[in-house]
Ligand binder design. Sequence first.
Ligand code: SF4
Length: 140
Amino acid sequence: MSRKPFYAEGIKFECQGSGKCCTSRGSYGFVYLTDDDQKRFAKYFKLTRMQFKKQYCGTKDGNVHLLDPVENKGDCMFLEDKKCTVYEARPQHCRTWPFWPENMSPRVWNKEIATFCPGVGKGKVHTFEEIKKVLDSHKD
Ligand code: SF4
């Protein structure tokens, strides 16, 4: 019999606009981009997808991610004064914070995410079904 995940009863979360999820946290630093993200960004910047990737992206293990400019010390290149400057075009990766597969173990959630992100424990309850749907979307 499998045990229920720690979020079986749902989790309260509402973004507090701290920008903390946009700052470097070592191995969690990269902001990955899906195909749709790349198309949305290209349109947003009025560039071709190729031009957008050349100017703003790198790749790791075949996955496309936003560049990490040295001068930003690992923070997202689009973060300014703790605000996202491309909010309407922001990637799926950002839209689904904090419900990322790598965050959803009790150890990581309690030790890192719940202490790091001020949105955890605030606002509406995201049900187990809603969280699972978001987690499943990361498999696409
Ligand atoms: S794109 Fe915007 S929301 Fe996403 S990490 Fe960068 S600054 Fe934050």
